[in-house]
Design a protein around this ligand. Structure first.
Ligand SMILES: C[S@@+](CC[C@H](N)C(=O)[O-])C[C@H]1O[C@@H](n2cnc3c(N)ncnc32)[C@H](O)[C@@H]1O
Length: 282
């Protein structure tokens, strides 16, 4: 089978993905028409705030009853959590909605200097960066996973491997150590984790290369093994890119997240420290 045929066959598999996935679910995954969770969360809090203020103002005007700030905060928290349930946000968002107004209220009591909030904002921004849009947060994988990935790498020749979204760089540094013959890279979009990985690499004299950037701008044809620990929201688009660009025989490895409708060639069952690894041979 020549390469063109293989690419075509995999592209067909990409098209079939849409048949397996319900249309609404597909749109949700590609994120083209649905609101991002963070946007929805802001809308929920703002609309609930308007309702809460209107409610307390009307009760105060009609019944001349006064309420404390804490009453308003608690109503805001409860109502926002309830609304987030009805608009279909993930379960953990309910806890965020519940705790957010209470945390703001609590912190306003501590009278922390404004610089504290500015520093918190800058650190969060440089750590999470585009998580708002990409829906791929930072969450490190563990050494047990890195060992499994190392076992999957071809042994008979030097390999070019990349961790797309390399976080603090633990995985590429581990692989670089045990595979000095190979070219090991990591690419990370968020500046702070990238800086940490770069400094770690220099400090440990690792030959792993850490790039600051977006993996979507890479040419996947340059790699024999691509490791991804992303999120369900990223997987379909990743698969489309892999189908179009990856060389035949190369490996796409995903930790924890499957590609909807595309069976992997191999599943490596995890344990309580490591989720399932999915492997597709292109
Ligand atoms: C779940 S973490 C995985 C970290 C690392 N791969 C590991 O196994 O420890 C996902 C990382 O991908 C990064 N990321 C998200 N979208 C990205 C993109 N388009 N290009 C590069 N990195 C991205 C995030 O900033 C985050 O650090």
């Amino acid at each position: 089978m020549n390469k063109q045929f293989l690419v075509k066959r995999h592209l067909n598999q990409c098209v079939n993905v849409e048949k397996f996935v319900k249309p609404r679910q597909f749109l949700k995954h590609t994120g083209k028409t649905q609101l991002k969770p963070a946007t929805l969360a802001v809308l929920v809090q703002c609309s609930v705030l308007i309702i809460v203020l209107a409610f307390f103002r009307s009760v105060h005007t009609i019944a001349a009853v006064s309420f404390s700030i804490l009453d308003m905060v608690l109503m805001q928290a409860l109502l926002a959590a309830i609304v987030s349930y009805f608009v279909g946000m993930a379960r953990w968002w309910r806890w965020l909605h519940l705790s957010f107004p209470i945390a703001i209220w609590g912190m306003s009591d501590w009278q922390l200097p404004n610089e504290f909030y500015l520093a918190g904002f800058i650190i969060s921004l440089s750590f999470f960066w585009t998580t708002f849009r990409s829906q791929v947060p930072f969450f490190p994988s563990r050494p047990v996973v890195w060992k499994q990935v190392a076992k999957l790498m071809p042994k008979d020749k030097p390999v070019r491997l990349i961790d797309i979204g390399s976080g603090l760089g633990g995985m590429p540094m581990y692989i670089a150590k045990i595979r000095p013959d190979s070219t090991i890279e990591g690419i990370e979009i968020a500046p702070l984790p990238w800086l940490v990985s770069f400094v770690r690499g220099q400090f440990c004299r690792s030959h792993a290369i850490f790039k600051l950037g977006d993996y979507r701008s890479l040419d996947f044809a340059n790699y024999d093994v691509i490791f991804a620990y992303l999120s369900p929201a990223a997987m379909l688009v990743l698969w489309e890119k892999a189908c179009q660009e990856m060389k035949s025989g190369s490996l796409l490895i995903s930790l924890e997240f499957e590609i909807p409708g595309v069976s992997p060639n191999m599943r490596i069952v995890g344990n309580k420290h490591s989720p399932m690894l999915y492997v597709w041979r292109i």
